[in-house]
Design a protein around this ligand. Structure first.
Ligand code: C2E
Ligand code: MG
Ligand code: MG
Ligand code: MG
Length: 286
């Protein structure tokens, strides 16, 4: 292939050849461009948060929202987190970006809770690098001093991969966060490793059943058994359980029957801008 660059892998014992196809080359260039642009995204105010309601299945009330990041790229338009969070994670940009997300989510959440005159939970995703960065607990403390208190309840969503890197260190950070009244949720439950030991050893409050399991309900792929088992596990460990990615009435009915506490998904609402979420809180019979 004329355009293909080739190199011999130095660290490999055998003679392994890797080919860079033009497509791979293009992807690498795109990625470099994204990385360069992401460095300025915060300053240029190109990042914004959407909020996806979390609904209590028994009462139908909106009890909280998950903050989900979006990037309005000047040339590419809307960039989804699956494309830029990995870049942010690898470059370390996730630390300042994540701090901004926390700040913003708590500031808005606090104002909404005051407006609604009742307690409201705001969930923020924490990436592995952000979790391990020095000073996370102090940062959260500072943000909560400014916007916490009252009716705002901050929840942090972590995946199994995040706590598994250094379990002892993770346990210490999680305890510090718990000490400030932060709630801890295990995100994408069931898609990682060693989930059971982590549930026992770490002070999680809630399990989030991954969308892939909800999606497999009523498709004859054993999704029912998995969801039932996870709800049972949460029950016996005295943890709350929320299902993500609920799209159909049939899924909602199944989750309700099985005793799932909450749901989040397109069936109820897509992630929406801050103003729309406040309207929802005001108008819904909540
Ligand atoms: P996640 O934390 O598991 O978030 C749930 C994802 O599922 C969101 O995708 C949400 O829009 C989507 N979703 C919710 N309900 C439905 C549904 O009914 N159907 C379908 N098809 N999808 C649904 P999104 O917003 O693209 O975020 C993807 C991932 O990016 C998140 O997964 C999270 O891991 C990460 N992410 C998003 N915002 C942040 C952030 O501020 N910080 C960090 N570190 N990661 C973030
Ligand atoms: Mg999440
Ligand atoms: Mg999730
Ligand atoms: Mg997920």
């Amino acid at each position: 292939h004329a355009d293909a660059a080739m190199y011999r892998a130095k660290d490999s014992g055998r003679s392994t050849f890797h080919f860079f196809t033009p497509e791979m080359n293009q992807r690498a260039t795109e990625r470099l461009g994204l990385e360069r642009d992401l460095r300025h995204a915060l300053d240029r105010e190109e990042l914004r948060l959407l909020f996806q309601p979390q609904v209590d299945l028994a009462s139908g009330r909106v009890v909280g929202a998950e903050a989900l990041l979006r990037w309005d790229h000047p040339r590419e338009g809307l960039v989804m987190p699956s494309r830029f969070i990995p870049v942010a994670e690898e470059t370390g940009l996730i630390v300042p970006i994540g701090r901004w997300v926390l700040e913003q989510a708590c500031r808005l959440g606090h104002a909404w809770a005051v407006d609604a005159g009742r307690s409201l939970r705001i969930s923020v995703n924490l990436s592995p690098r952000q979790f391990r960065a020095k000073g996370l607990a102090r940062e959260v403390e500072t943000i909560l001093q400014a916007h916490g208190g009252g009716h705002l309840c901050l929840e942090l969503e972590l995946t199994e991969g995040t706590v598994m890197h250094d379990p002892e260190e993770a346990a210490a950070i999680l305890r510090a966060l718990k000490g400030m009244g932060v709630r801890l949720s295990m995100d994408d439950f069931g898609t990682g490793y060693s989930s059971l030991a982590y549930l026992r050893d770490f002070p999680f409050d809630m399990i989030k059943i991954d969308r892939s399991f909800v999606d497999s309900l009523h498709r004859g792929r054993g999704g029912e058994a998995i969801v039932r088992a996870v709800v049972g596990l949460a029950r016996s460990l005295d943890l709350g359980v929320i299902a993500e990615g609920v799209e159909t009435e049939a899924q909602k009915d199944f989750l309700t029957r099985e005793g799932c506490d909450e749901m989040q998904g397109f069936l109820f609402s897509r992630p929406i801008p801050a103003g729309a979420f406040l309207n929802l809180l005001r108008t819904a019979a909540t």
